[in-house]
Design a protein around this ligand. Structure first.
Ligand SMILES: NC(=O)c1ccc[n+]([C@@H]2O[C@H](COP(=O)([O-])OP(=O)(O)OC[C@H]3O[C@@H](n4cnc5c(N)ncnc54)[C@H](OP(=O)(O)O)[C@@H]3O)[C@@H](O)[C@H]2O)c1
Length: 228
C-alpha cells in the first residue's frame, strides 16, 4: 500500500484499504475450524484482531506478557460474545526462555494451529538490552517472533497436512520499515548504545519483520507448505 492510499483509506485491489475495519474485512467468514495465536492480543491492534477472530468463531489464544491484562481482554471479548473461545497464555517475546515456555504450554493444550499473528511490538524505546543481551526493539519485534514462528512451524505444517486447510503467518510491520539506519539493518551494531537511534532501531526491526515474512514465504513455496 502506498502512502497516498494509506492516508486516504482508498481501497486497493482487494476492495479494502486502511480505513476498512476488521469486521468489514471478515464479514461472512466462518472461522470455526481455525485456531489462532495473537501475540500482544491484550491491547491495541492485537486485541481488536483477537476480538474479531473470536467473533468469526475462531479459537483464539491471546499471547501476552501481562497475563492480568490478557485475562481482562478475554473478559472484554466475552462480554459481547458469550460463546467466544478465548484462552490466554504468557509470552514475553524479548526472552528466549519465555518464548520456549510459551510453545511448550501451547503444545500441551493439544490444539491445532492455523493462524499465527505476530502482532506484539515495542516502539521508540530508549536503549535497553533484553535479558538475553539484545537491543529491546530488535529482540521483541523481530527475534522473538522469528523464534516463535520457527518453533511453531512444524505444528502449523501438521495442521495444514491433516486438515487440508492452508495456514497463515502474519507479521505486523510498519511504514517505518523505510526509516532504518543507512545500510538497512545494522547487524554489526545491533546492540551499540552510542549509535542507537530509537526511531531507526524501530524501523530496522520492522524491516526485519518484512524480510522474515518474504523469506519464509519463499521457502514455503519452494518446499511446499507441507514439506520440511
Ligand atoms: N498503531 C499503529 O499506528 C501502528 C502502525 C504501524 C505498525 N504497527 C504495528 O502494529 C503492532 C501493534 O501495534 P499497536 O499500536 O497495537 O501497539 P500497542 O497498543 O502498544 O500494543 C502492543 C502490544 O504488544 C505487547 N508487547 C510489547 N512487548 C511485548 C513482549 N516483550 N512480549 C509480549 N508482548 C509484548 C504489548 O503488551 P504490554 O501491554 O505488556 O506492553 C501490547 O499488548 C506492532 O507490531 C506495531 O509495530 C502499529
Amino acid at each position: 500500500m502506498g502512502i497516498f492510499a494509506l492516508v486516504t483509506g482508498r481501497p486497493g485491489p482487494s476492495g479494502f484499504g486502511s480505513a476498512s475495519t476488521a469486521e468489514q474485512v471478515t464479514d461472512g467468514v466462518d472461522a470455526s475450524n481455525l485456531t489462532a495465536i495473537v501475540t500482544g492480543g491484550a491491547s491495541g491492534i492485537g486485541l481488536e484482531t483477537a476480538r474479531v477472530l473470536a467473533l468469526r468463531k475462531a479459537h483464539v489464544i491471546i499471547a501476552a506478557r501481562n497475563i492480568e491484562a490478557a485475562k481482562e481482554a478475554k473478559q472484554l471479548i466475552l462480554k459481547d460474545n458469550r460463546s467466544a473461545r478465548v484462552d490466554v497464555l504468557t509470552l514475553d517475546l524479548c526472552s528466549i526462555k519465555s518464548v520456549g515456555a510459551f510453545v511448550d504450554s501451547f503444545n500441551a493444550l493439544g490444539l491445532p494451529l492455523n493462524l499465527l499473528i505476530n502482532n506484539a511490538g515495542v516502539m521508540f524505546c530508549p536503549h535497553q538490552l533484553s535479558e538475553d543481551g539484545i537491543e529491546l526493539q530488535f529482540a521483541t519485534n523481530h527475534l522473538g517472533h522469528f523464534l516463535l514462528t520457527n518453533l511453531l512451524l512444524e505444528k502449523m505444517k501438521n495442521t495444514a497436512r491433516t486438515t487440508g486447510v492452508e495456514g497463515r503467518i502474519v507479521n505486523l510491520s510498519s511504514i517505518a520499515h523505510v526509516h532504518t539506519y543507512k545500510d538497512g539493518i545494522d547487524f554489526d551494531k545491533i546492540n551499540d548504545r552510542i549509535s542507537y537511534n530509537d526511531k531507526r532501531a524501530y524501523g530496522q526491526s520492522k524491516l526485519a519483520n518484512i524480510l522474515h515474512a518474504n523469506e519464509l514465504s519463499r521457502r514455503l513455496q519452494v518446499h511446499g507448505s507441507c514439506g520440511r
